[in-house]
Each structure stands twice: as structure tokens, then as C-alpha cells.
Design a protein around this ligand. Structure first.
Ligand SMILES: [Zn+2]
Length: 433
């Protein structure tokens, strides 16, 4: 009996120490660095890391071969702007109706769907939750208790009273906790930032201007005073925490860039000066175009008329400016801003097509959703490309995305940290749905 136990122990010890090496084989690899496609190579994965890219004839004997014919391998996609807990289209009502626990449970399910759809990393840009559900979700995912994408980001969007993060459609007699974190004046804003950091935000999200999707504010107005904006950027910088600035109004965009925001979100009314400033200050730009298209002419939003205005009055001009910004050297990242529980996760990848419509090449659009996103998150030493030493976040899409970008909506293979999440060609899924 004792000998048997020893035998079992030594077997399990062996299986723990002898790492499995995977050889992922596909006709094409887009590695996130090169502008050309690698053909007929294999990616070797050992533990959580990519160990080599080699000729198929060089694959070691002991490697487990994963054959993915008629696909293209590429780095896992990075969604730089998302709100995983928003579970209904009318997200402000939903915020008032769902508890933090309810949002966390739907949010986890949603994040798992997003991972299965190829989004291996997600930056949360504040969420409609009184507490810190995304920070808790990150903890349980990082600890390996639940499978999910790698998370970073802000717990809340910080907004002025009456701004894009406030609830502006109830009577003055009602007192509710808004979806955003409301702060007015430099002192309250400093305290809000300190609280965000205390409870696990590694980004600060500021609603620098009004918003399109919330009720009762104007995206063409600047929300924060210059003193408030300066205090926010100064406070975050002292804690070495980057700031993402939600900004539509031209002056709001430009003020946020000058104040030192790491990224501009949306930037709907950017002008030539905004582009020059972004180049000068090395600011990242996350335009989040497709969400406006998704809600165009629908009746799903409480603030539907503002979204229709987006579609009718400035979408074309805006896309031209995004193309101009790209050609001027502004680093553009993919953010879908759309994929809560109510929206099918495949839809999120349609942002790539809108970036191509704006003037990015298909290869540059893919880089926007991989290596540029990793650079924005300051994770590019570990993520964003397929190269030896990086974490094995790898997806395979059917066909060739350079010919048809829509294939990014339905990856057939997803690996995160060297773990296979889904392999449709083998009818395998690590997740139940
Ligand atoms: Zn957003």
C-alpha cells in the first residue's frame, strides 16, 4: 500500500514537472510586429510562454501538435475600452436595479464569453457599479479560481455632478448612488482618485466632457474646470497611475492631452491641433467607433437622440480625422466600449472594420488590437506579439483576416497564458458555454 502511494505520488510529481510543449501549426502567422505574414511555421508553447517560432519540420518529437488548417494565428486581442458589468442597453437604469453581486456574476459570465471570442486582455474603463466588482473579478481570475481574460483598469468613471457619470433624469428629491463616481472640486477629485487606487484601480478614468450614452448632459461641454483637471492628473501621477480621459468636446480633448492623460477615449470632435498634441505628448487614442453604429437608429438607449446625432451629423468627418491622426503617427488602440452582457461578444470585433474604414490598413488595425493595445497598457514586454519569451496569448481565426477582417469575430482557437480555452476544430472548450 505504501509503495503504491509512493508510485502515485511520483507519477503526479512527474506530470507536474514535465511541462507539456505545444506546437501550434497553421498556414499563416501574424505576429504583431512584422508587416508580412509568416507562412507554414509553428509556434512552440511551453508552460505559459511562447518558446519559439520554428519550421514545421523542426517540431520536437515530444511536442503535442495542435493542427489548425486554413487558419491564421495572431496574438490574443486586447480590448482597451470596455465596461464588462453593464448588462443592459439602458445601462443607467440597469445600474439602479442590479446589486453589485448580480453585476459581478453576469460580468464574469460576460468576460468568459469575451475570452472565448478571442479577447485575452481587457482594460475596464470604469463601470456602473457602486462597489469594486471588476477588481474582485480580476482577483479571482488572477488566482486561477475562475477562467477569464486578463483585466486592468478603473473601478469607476469619475464625473462632475450632472456630468456623464451622474444620473440626470430623476427628480431632485431622489437620492441615488450614480453609476459614475461623482466628485466636484480639486479636493473631492483627489479623494476619489485615492479611493480608486486604494481599492485596486490601476487606471483612473475621468469624464472630462459630457457623454453620448448618458442622459442629460452635452458631449460638446467640458465637465471639469482647469483646476479640477490639473488636480486629477497631478494626483494620479504622484501614485504613478495612468489616466484615461473620456473626451468628446475639442477643447476637452486638447486640455486632457496637455494635462498629461495617457489616452484619449472617443475624441469625437478632435481637430488638427488635437492630432498635433497627441503626437507631441505621445498620447494614445481609443476612438471606439462601432458602438455608435451598433446603436444607430435603434430604440435601445435612454439617450438615443444623442447617438442618432452622432450617426447623422459627424461620423464621416470624424472617421476622416481618425485616418489623419493615424497617418500623422498617433497610436490608435482598439476599444469596443460595447460588450456588456446584453451584446453578443462576436460584435466587439467589428471595431476593427471601422478602423479600416477610417483609413488603417488591415494589418495596422490588427496591430491596434494587439501590440498597440499592449503598449498602451504598458504590458508590451509580456503581451501583444507572438515572439519567444512572451506570454502565450494566441488565437486562430478562420481564413486570412487581411482579406476579410470580419473573421476576427469568430476565432476558432483561443489560448491564454499557455492554456487552451477553446479549440473548435477539436470540439474542445474549457468553458461550459
Ligand atoms: Zn466607455
Amino acid at each position: 500500500m505504501y509503495r503504491l502511494l509512493l508510485l502515485i505520488l511520483s507519477f503526479s510529481y512527474l506530470s507536474m514537472t514535465e511541462a507539456e510543449t505545444y506546437a501550434i501549426i497553421a498556414p499563416r502567422i501574424i505576429d504583431g510586429n512584422a508587416n508580412t505574414v509568416l507562412e507554414n511555421q509553428a509556434i512552440l508553447v511551453m508552460d505559459a510562454e511562447i518558446s519559439a517560432i520554428i519550421e514545421i519540420s523542426q517540431i520536437p518529437q515530444n511536442a503535442v501538435r495542435i493542427n489548425l488548417p486554413d487558419t491564421t494565428l495572431m496574438p490574443g486581442m486586447i480590448n482597451a475600452h470596455e465596461h464588462p458589468l453593464l448588462y443592459k442597453h439602458d445601462y443607467q437604469n440597469a445600474h439602479l436595479q442590479g446589486s453589485s453581486a448580480y453585476k459581478a456574476l453576469l460580468g464574469l459570465s460576460n468576460l468568459q464569453r469575451l475570452l472565448k471570442s478571442g479577447w485575452t486582455s481587457i482594460r475596464v474603463m470604469g463601470d456602473g457599479d457602486v462597489y469594486y466588482a471588476n477588481q474582485d473579478l480580476r482577483k479571482v481570475i488572477d488566482a486561477g479560481i475562475f477562467i477569464g481574460p486578463r483585466l486592468t483598469g478603473a473601478a469607476h468613471y469619475i464625473s462632475i455632478t450632472g456630468g456623464g457619470g451622474d444620473i440626470n433624469y430623476l427628480s431632485s428629491e431622489q437620492s441615488v448612488i450614480a453609476d459614475g463616481l461623482i466628485a466636484d472640486g480639486p479636493d473631492e477629485i483627489r479623494k476619489a482618485i485615492r479611493k480608486e487606487i486604494k481599492y485596486g484601480s490601476d487606471w483612473i478614468k475621468l469624464m472630462v466632457t459630457g457623454a453620448f450614452m448618458s442622459v442629460g448632459d452635452n458631449p460638446k461641454n467640458i465637465a471639469f474646470s482647469p483646476e479640477e483637471l490639473a488636480a486629477a492628473l497631478e494626483e494620479a501621477a504622484r501614485h504613478n497611475i495612468p489616466v484615461a480621459a473620456h473626451a468628446h468636446a475639442t477643447e476637452g480633448i486638447n486640455q486632457a492631452i496637455i494635462a498629461g492623460a495617457r489616452s484619449i477615449e472617443h475624441g469625437s470632435y478632435l481637430n488638427e491641433k488635437s492630432i498635433a498634441l497627441m503626437v507631441e505628448h505621445n498620447t494614445y487614442y481609443v476612438p471606439t467607433i462601432y458602438i455608435g453604429d451598433y446603436y444607430a437608429h435603434s430604440d435601445k438607449l435612454l439617450a438615443q437622440s444623442k447617438n442618432d446625432d452622432f450617426y447623422l451629423s459627424f461620423r464621416d468627418d470624424w472617421l476622416k480625422m481618425i485616418g489623419k491622426a493615424h497617418r500623422a503617427g498617433v497610436k490608435i488602440a482598439v476599444g469596443s466600449d460595447l460588450c456588456g452582457y446584453a451584446v453578443p461578444s462576436a460584435v466587439c470585433a467589428r471595431e476593427f472594420a471601422t478602423l479600416i474604414e477610417a483609413g488603417l490598413s488591415p494589418m495596422d488595425a490588427i496591430k491596434a488590437g494587439t501590440i498597440v493595445g499592449a503598449q498602451l497598457l504598458q504590458w508590451d514586454n509580456r503581451l501583444g506579439t507572438i515572439e519567444p519569451g512572451k506570454l502565450a496569448d494566441i488565437i486562430a481565426v478562420p481564413g486570412n483576416p487581411l482579406n476579410d477582417i470580419s473573421v476576427l469575430e469568430n476565432p476558432v482557437f483561443v489560448m491564454k497564458d499557455g492554456v487552451i480555452i477553446v479549440n473548435q476544430l477539436d470540439n474542445y472548450s474549457a468553458l461550459p458555454y
